[in-house]
Write a protein that binds this ligand. Structure first.
Ligand code: NAD
Ligand code: LMR
Length: 338
């Protein structure tokens, strides 16, 4: 029945259950917004992840085609597609990890906050579904403005009585990916060898790269620090302008989302020492949400690390970041409480 589309591809659930019972890892992952610019390559990369046994693809348009296409890949995960809000519950039931790239992207001249009016409502509806159907799932929230959508998700979960701050993570991995790439360019190193923590939030001055803590330990000139900080803070805008109206970062974001989701799944499996930057409920500053390094484990976030020593440049940046972040958090909270 095409009006009640629910595709099940590959071998069916029984074999998956056997495998899971056999003790080999296999997690159930849903992507909400799976037919979009990020969603499609993200779905492809998650289908390639050996830690995924079941992959649910949900969107309000085009999931039949994306699901049929992805399902032909000869990897282990069973793929099912879900179309439209009446199938949201089925898409979410039983999921271990929910990744949310649903919502509209920027066009040149817009800030991420300009997306609030449309995306806030989308995130609220999707999170109401999560609270109802998979309240124990880990949530990776990508939809912008992340600085406000994560507080929105937290408020929705609180209202539903299911809020566990350890399980809600705003995805800022793309800022780290960019920081590593751009710093490596300056240092003449392989980006895979570089690790730059990025803290704060995910918009403009709230994106605070801590270049003084870059690994391997290195020193930048003041001009290099200025240029690098500016490029990392405006990396998203660089892509939006280059795409000239056709959207924002999708491919690098899908890469970053998979890197982050894979870290969450390894942590759920029980791997030790899984540490990534993410935007989470936090006491690292006086703000209720802040991005910093977090250690993820079987129950979600198990430890949030302090910022460590900052230099004067970073201390000034932190004050600017906190001012903007406070307003964005407040806006998100007010949207649900109003
Ligand atoms: P897109 O327009 O290509 O795709 C968005 C998808 O969401 C579409 O398929 C659309 O149908 C779907 N959608 C809309 N409303 C929905 C709903 N109610 N339920 C489920 N799906 C719904 O956009 P994109 O380029 O994939 O970007 C998606 C979001 O991710 C944007 O808000 C963008 O700003 C954000 N983003 C965040 C980061 C980050 O670092 N966190 C990076 C890049 C983009
Ligand atoms: C990004 O950093 O690329 C995303 O937040 C998308 C955007 O609007 O810049």
């Amino acid at each position: 029945n095409p009006s009640n589309l629910q595709m099940e591809e590959n071998s069916g659930l029984s074999r998956v259950n056997c495998r899971a019972k056999g003790g080999s890892p296999g997690f159930k992952v849903a992507i909400l917004g799976a037919a979009g610019g990020i969603g499609q390559p993200l779905a492809m990369l998650m289908k390639m992840n050996p830690l995924v046994s079941v992959l649910h693809l949900y969107d309000v348009v085009n999931t039949p085609g994306v699901t049929a296409d992805i399902s032909h890949m000869d990897t282990g995960a069973v793929v099912r597609g879900f179309l439209g809000q009446q199938q949201l519950g089925d898409a979410l039931t039983g999921m271990d990890l929910v990744i949310i790239p649903a919502g509209v992207p920027r066009k040149p001249g817009m800030t991420r906050d300009d997306l609030f009016n449309i995306n806030a409502g989308i995130v609220r509806t999707l999170c109401e579904g999560i609270a109802k159907c998979c309240p124990k799932a880990i949530v990776n929230l990508i939809s912008n403005p992340v600085n406000s959508t994560v507080p929105i998700a937290a408020e929705v979960f609180k209202k539903a009585g299911s809020y566990d701050p350890r399980r809600l993570l705003g995805v800022t991995m793309l800022d780290v990916v960019r920081a590593n790439t751009f710093a490596a360019e300056v240092l003449g190193l392989d980006p895979r060898a570089v690790d730059v923590p990025v803290v704060g939030g995910h918009a403009g001055v709230t994106i605070l790269p801590l270049l003084s803590q870059a690994k391997p330990s290195c020193s930048f000139t003041p001009k290099e620090v200025d240029d690098l900080t500016d490029r990392i803070q405006n990396g998203g805008t660089e892509v939006v302008e280059a795409k000239a109206g056709a959207g924002s970062a999708t491919l690098s974001m899908a890469y970053a989302a998979v890197k982050f989701a894979d870290a969450c799944l390894r942590a759920l499996r029980g791997d030790a020492g899984v540490v990534e930057c993410a935007y989470v409920a936090s006491e690292v500053t006086e703000l209720p949400f802040f991005a910093s390094k977090v250690r993820i484990g079987r129950t979600g976030i198990e430890e949030i690390y302090a910022l460590g020593p900052l230099n004067e440049y970073e201390r000034v940046g932190l004050e600017k970041a906190k001012k903007e972040l406070a307003a964005s958090i407040q806006k998100g909270v007010a949207f649900v409480r109003k």
